[in-house]
Design a protein around this ligand. Sequence first.
Ligand code: THU
Length: 138
Amino acid sequence: MPVFPAQLDQLKAAARQASQQAYAPYSKFKVGAAILTRTGKIYAGCNVENASYGLCNCAERTAIFNAVAAGEKKLKIECVAIYTPTTEPTAPCGACRQVINEFGPKARIVSTCRGRSVLDATLDQLLPNAFGPGNLSK
Ligand code: THU
């Protein structure tokens, strides 16, 4: 489903706001993300790091887990916005691509930054031939 320009603006703003909540004392790389559900709701998240580095959780997954924890039983993700205060946009990591696939295999991914450059792609472009829930039932 297409995302209306006004919704996309809201989603990008939510991602930018969320980046300010990032807990990133180790990498100092603050990331914000926001997801738009098929029902038009927005959930945001930031990265949350840990002294045990491997436990760091990305902003994208925080946003998705936030939606599920809020009670989204049949979560369908239409669009994911990401924001980093960098000069170039940040692409979601492999783990996040896989988690986005679970709820939004056709999702649009829009990453913005301090600079003008924007990454605008579909999850399918970023994670072709993904393994997903459908594979388990075949
Ligand atoms: N990070 C995200 O939150 N999202 C991304 O798309 C890329 C990486 C976080 C993880 C870690 O807290 C920091 O950025 C540096 O990798």
